[in-house]
Design a protein around this ligand. Structure first.
Ligand SMILES: [Zn+2]
Length: 277
C-alpha cells in the first residue's frame, strides 16, 4: 500500500531496522527526489522516510532537489513532515549534543529554488500562479510541542526556541561570518533547513525541525573551527537517542482529522493554478 501520513527526512540509520519497509520510487514534475521513499510503520502511524542526501550521502546540501522531495512526500499522502538536521552551535552554551527546537529561521542560502508558485510553465504545460505566502512562523506549533515533549520524556532537555540560520555550504563558515551570526542573536547554523520549511508551507504541510548540535561554530570558541570528522563523531554518538525522540514524536503528532494548526490552512483562499498531489 503506497501511502503514508507522516514524512521523516533523515538518513538510513532511521529506517534500516524497521520491519516491512516498502521502497517506492517516485517521480515529480520537478524531477526525482533525493532517493526512493521508504514506507514503514512507527507507533501505529504510516511513515515515509526520505534520505535527504540520498543513500550513500552523495548529495551536498546545495544540490538537493528540495522541491521534488517535498512534492514526493505529499504525493504519497504525507501531511506532516519532520526534518531533523545537524547544526553548529552559535553560543558557547549550545555545545555538542544539544537538542534545539527552533521557532525561527534566517535564509542565507544563495542558489536554491524555494517556491512552486513562480509563474513558470512546467514540463506538463500547466502554469502555477504567483503566490506570496505568510511565513512569519516557519514551523508547525503542534510539531514543536510534540518535539519538546518527546525529548523531555527521554530525559534530553531541549532548548525551546531559537533561530536557525541556513547557509549555502558546503563549506563551513569563516570566523567573521560565525561571529556575525552570533552577534545577530541567532542560535544555530545549518545547511539544509531551507528551503524545506517554506516548500512544506507552500504545499500546506506541517513542518518541524529538531536540530542536533554537532560542533561549536568557528566564532563561538577560540579553537580550530569545525571539522567534518568531528561532526560525524558527535552525530554517531547521538543517533540512537535522536531516533528514539523522533519515533516518539511520530506517535505524538496529531491525527490528520485533529490537525488544526495554521500550516494546514496556508493555501486557504489562494489559487495555486496547479493541482497539488
Ligand atoms: Zn502544522
Amino acid at each position: 500500500m503506497v501511502n503514508a501520513e507522516i514524512g521523516v527526512i533523515g538518513g538510513s540509520g532511521l529506517y534500516s531496522f524497521l520491519e516491512d519497509v516498502t521502497e517506492v520510487r517516485v517521480d515529480t514534475p520537478y524531477g526525482r527526489p533525493s532517493d526512493s521513499l521508504f514506507l514503514g510503520e512507527v507507533g501505529g502511524r504510516r511513515v515515509a522516510f526520505l534520505p535527504r542526501h540520498g543513500r550513500g550521502h552523495h548529495l551536498p546540501p546545495h544540490r538537493i532537489n528540495y522541491r521534488a522531495n517535498m512534492w514526493a512526500l505529499r504525493s504519497v499522502g504525507v501531511r506532516q513532515v519532520l526534518g531533523p538536521c545537524a547544526v553548529g552551535g552559535l553560543r558557547p552554551e549550545y555545545g555538542p549534543g544539544t537538542l534545539l527546537v527552533p521557532d525561527q529561521l534566517v535564509d542565507r542560502t544563495k542558489s536554491r529554488m524555494q517556491t512552486y508558485y513562480d509563474g513558470e510553465p512546467r514540463a506538463d504545460g500547466t502554469v502555477p500562479n504567483v503566490l506570496h505566502l505568510g511565513f512569519a512562523d516557519p514551523y508547525c506549533p503542534a510539531g514543536r510541542k510534540a518535539a519538546l515533549a518527546s525529548a523531555r520524556a527521554r530525559n534530553w532537555e531541549p532548548v525551546d526556541g531559537g533561530t536557525l540560520v541556513v547557509v549555502e555550504g558546503p563549506r563551513f563558515s569563516t570566523r567573521a561570518e560565525s561571529r556575525w551570526h552570533a552577534a545577530m542573536g541567532w542560535s544555530v547554523v545549518g545547511m539544509t533547513g531551507h528551503p524545506e520549511a517554506v516548500l512544506a508551507r507552500e504545499l500546506g504541510l506541517c513542518y518541524t525541525t529538531t536540530t542536533l548540535v554537532t560542533d561549536l561554530d568557528a566564532g563561538a570558541e577560540a579553537g580550530e573551527g569545525v571539522s567534518h570528522d568531528e561532526v560525524l563523531k558527535v552525530f554517531a554518538a547521538n543517533v540512537d537517542r535522536l531516533r528514539a525522540v523522533l519515533f516518539d514524536m511520530v506517535g505524538a503528532l496529531p491525527a490528520e482529522a485533529d490537525r488544526d494548526c495554521p500550516c494546514s490552512r496556508a493555501l486557504d483562499g489562494l489559487d495555486p493554478g496547479i493541482e497539488l498531489p
